[in-house]
Ligand binder design. Structure first.
Ligand code: HEC
Length: 136
């Protein structure tokens, strides 16, 4: 019984490990969000999409990229094509590797915080000014 359980645990572990290995293309290093940040700043994405990927309106409304829900392939296609007012970034300017790193970076950005988590927006005015602070 114990031996059977051990084997089962081993099989599940091996299957999980196999799934991880299979999900990641062989020989390719894992995306590097820190390098993605560097490239994002270097090639100018930040000018339109903001340093925190919050989006902007430099020359035309640029959508937020933080926490993008676009699949990586769609993200890549858009960046390569440069829709409307966005410049296109072809392979010589931005490699697939760098693009994967940028994708990892923008996915790692926290995105907007709810208003209730921003202390300044939750200050309630004091009911009465403290004594001595009134200007008559
Ligand atoms: C000159 C401004 C500008 C720069 C620089 C720029 N973009 Fe954009 N980007 C835009 C605009 C404007 C759009 C919206 C285009 C449209 O009308 O669909 C956009 C759209 C996108 C989208 C689609 C987002 C969505 O949710 O629809 C992605 C992804 C994107 N940009 C990534 C990037 C990346 C990565 C870089 C840097 C390599 C970059 N952009 C540089 C202006 C810019």
């Amino acid at each position: 019984m114990t031996r059977w359980r051990g084997r089962l645990a081993f099989a599940i572990g091996a299957a999980a490990l196999g799934a991880c290995v299979a999900a990641w293309p062989q020989g390719e290093p894992a995306p590097d969000a820190a390098n993605g940040k560097r490239v994002y700043l270097e090639v100018g994405c930040f000018a339109c999409h903001g340093r925190s990927g919050q989006g902007g309106a430099y020359n035309y409304p640029a959508p937020p990229l933080a926490q993008t829900r676009l699949p990586q392939e769609a993200f890549k296609t858009i960046v390569r094509a440069g829709p409307n007012e966005m410049p296109a970034y072809p392979e010589p300017v931005l490699s697939d590797r760098e693009l994967a790193d940028i994708y990892a970076f923008v996915r790692s950005l926290p995105g907007p915080r709810p208003a209730r988590d921003i202390p300044l927006l939750n200050v309630t005015a004091p009911k009465e000014a403290p004594a001595g602070s009134r200007h008559e």
